[in-house]
Design a protein around this ligand. Structure first.
Ligand code: AP5
Length: 216
């Protein structure tokens, strides 16, 4: 199965995707994580993507689709995979269908109000060393500013600055929200209430996936 996590920036795609990955054994493929890794490593893709990401825009379709094509060719994706933050445009949706056409698909769209999104992104902290995600109120680390998992420093993501969040939300409404209609027409669209505790959001999503025949 191909599980697509649609949803605005900060709607909880990464948090939910990790939980689904643990339950299903499907790898979570986050294009944001792949791009941030490329930026950290200073690869040609990373050098191209860095400024666009800092400004809250979208990296070009060919670059992101190339990353996904390579990743889903790996053997751990044979049984299924979770796409987090991809597709974000109609061209990307068409590309993944062309790359892996026979794969059954379910699209979970996490619906969360913009007020909640702003509060989530404002309080999000990321471990510089291992990438673990925290929230200063909803999921605080035990010693402040230090990762529980590896002891690394917790920092704010550069694109979580308020002005960049506004731009990311604008880009989402313009480029990504139209995918809802596309997947509705295709019959794979499943809206999920993304408000409430992470475990409650997971229970709703797990119910949908079980209804699609996914083993959790
Ligand atoms: P990406 O990394 O994909 O960012 P995003 O979609 O903006 O999503 P986020 O990672 O900000 O949020 P999330 O929905 O995963 O929420 P999370 O679980 O962390 O993309 C970054 C950039 O890369 C893009 O702007 C673009 O430039 C580029 N890019 C990526 N993919 C691309 C593509 N396909 N095409 C072109 N460009 C691309 O949760 C947020 C916070 O809330 C956390 O602190 C968490 O602990 C907390 N939280 C989560 N769930 C809950 C809950 N239920 N209750 C309370 N708190 C919660």
């Amino acid at each position: 199965m191909r599980v697509i996590l649609l949803g605005a920036p900060g709607s909880g795609k990464g948090t939910l995707g990790e939980r689904i990955s643990r339950a299903t054994g499907f790898p979570r493929i986050s294009t944001g994580d792949l791009l941030r890794k490329a930026v950290r490593e200073g690869t040609p893709v990373g050098r191209k993507a860095e400024a666009v990401m800092k400004a809250g825009g979208l990296v070009d379709d060919a670059t992101v689709t190339g990353l996904v094509r390579d990743r889903i060719a790996a053997p751990d994706c044979l049984g299924g995979y979770i796409l987090d933050g991809f597709p974000r445009t109609v061209a990307q949706a068409e590309a993944v269908e062309a790359i892996d056409p026979a794969r059954p698909e379910v699209v979970l769209d996490l619906l969360v109000s913009e007020d909640v999104i702003v509060a989530r992104l404002d309080g999000r902290r990321i471990c510089e060393a291992c990438g673990d995600v925290y929230h200063i109120v909803n999921k605080p680390p035990k010693p402040p500013s230090v990762c529980d998992a590896c002891g690394g420093d917790l920092v704010q993501r550069p694109d979580d600055a308020a002005a960049t969040v506004r731009e990311r939300l604008r880009v989402y409404r313009e480029a990504t929200a139209p995918l809802q209609a596309r997947y509705r027409a295709k019959g794979t669209y499943r809206p999920v209430d993304g408000d409430g505790f992470p475990e409650d959001v997971y229970s709703r999503a797990a119910g949908v996936l079980a209804g699609e025949g996914c083993r959790l």
